[in-house]
Design a protein around this ligand. Structure first.
Ligand SMILES: CC(C)(COP(=O)(O)OP(=O)(O)OC[C@H]1O[C@@H](n2cnc3c(N)ncnc32)[C@H](O)[C@@H]1OP(=O)(O)O)[C@@H](O)C(=O)NCCC(=O)NCCS
Length: 184
């Protein structure tokens, strides 16, 4: 129930305004900004992708073992952003994440999509725990975690190595299946 093939069977997912679906190779050009905009990826640990990395990324995301998923407007089909959802080290424990294109930020899209993934994760896939991480300098991301019912569990100091030799701190949030059930 909690492997990637079970999650892929749930796709596409629909919320009030959004559709969450798998990447397709035809998304290559439309998703370049998400891979290559330095401001948008300022707090994404993998950084900005080059052209070849973006091609490989779209290929991998279109395969049967993706980690990231397209978020699009249900009505217009325009790409709004992407959501990360994948196994995180321990069985029945998945990581969730988000990236929303600038024109769509601040409209509740990340929270709307994250709530849907959490509902599917616990309600359908029978996950035990869902976690999310962000840098302390990215409060919008931590705010999304709080809005979808996640608890801050800790701050890891200098745990993400950067190409320039510096280290990022990271906050970790989580929600357990029992907390999700209790919140109704
Ligand atoms: C983080 C991100 C995904 C949020 O997406 P979004 O769709 O704008 O999120 P939502 O609208 O659902 O919620 C954002 C919340 O953060 C709040 N917020 C935004 N900027 C903030 C800031 N500088 N400080 C504190 N809170 C902030 C918003 O007010 C909102 O909370 P509210 O509804 O209580 O007012 C988006 O800003 C983004 O894509 N950033 C670049 C990529 C990125 O950093 N991804 C996360 C990596 S960990």
């Amino acid at each position: 129930m909690s492997d990637i093939s079970s999650f892929l069977k749930c796709l596409p997912l629909e919320t009030d305004r959004l559709r969450i679906r798998q990447y397709r190779m035809t998304d290559h050009d439309k998703t370049l900004q998400m891979s290559q905009d330095p401001m948008l990826r300022k707090w994404i640990p993998s950084g900005v992708y080059g052209d070849e990395e973006h091609k490989e990324y779209v290929l991998q995301s279109s395969s049967d073992s993706p980690k990231d998923f397209i978020l699009e407007d249900r009505i217009t089909g325009c790409i709004v952003g992407e959501m990360t959802f994948h196994l995180w080290f321990v069985e029945r424990t998945w990581e969730i994440g988000w990236l929303i294109l600038p024109p769509y930020q601040g409209k509740g899209y990340a929270s709307e999509a994250a709530k849907e993934l959490i509902n599917v994760g616990f309600g359908v896939m029978e996950l035990h725990r869902i976690i999310a991480t962000a840098q302390p300098e990215n409060p919008a991301s931590s705010r999304v975690m709080e809005k979808v019912g996640m608890r801050r569990e800790g701050l890891f100091k200098q745990c993400i190595p950067r190409p320039d030799g510096t280290w990022w701190d990271e906050v970790l949030y989580a929600v357990l299946a029992e907390e999700w059930k209790a919140a109704g």
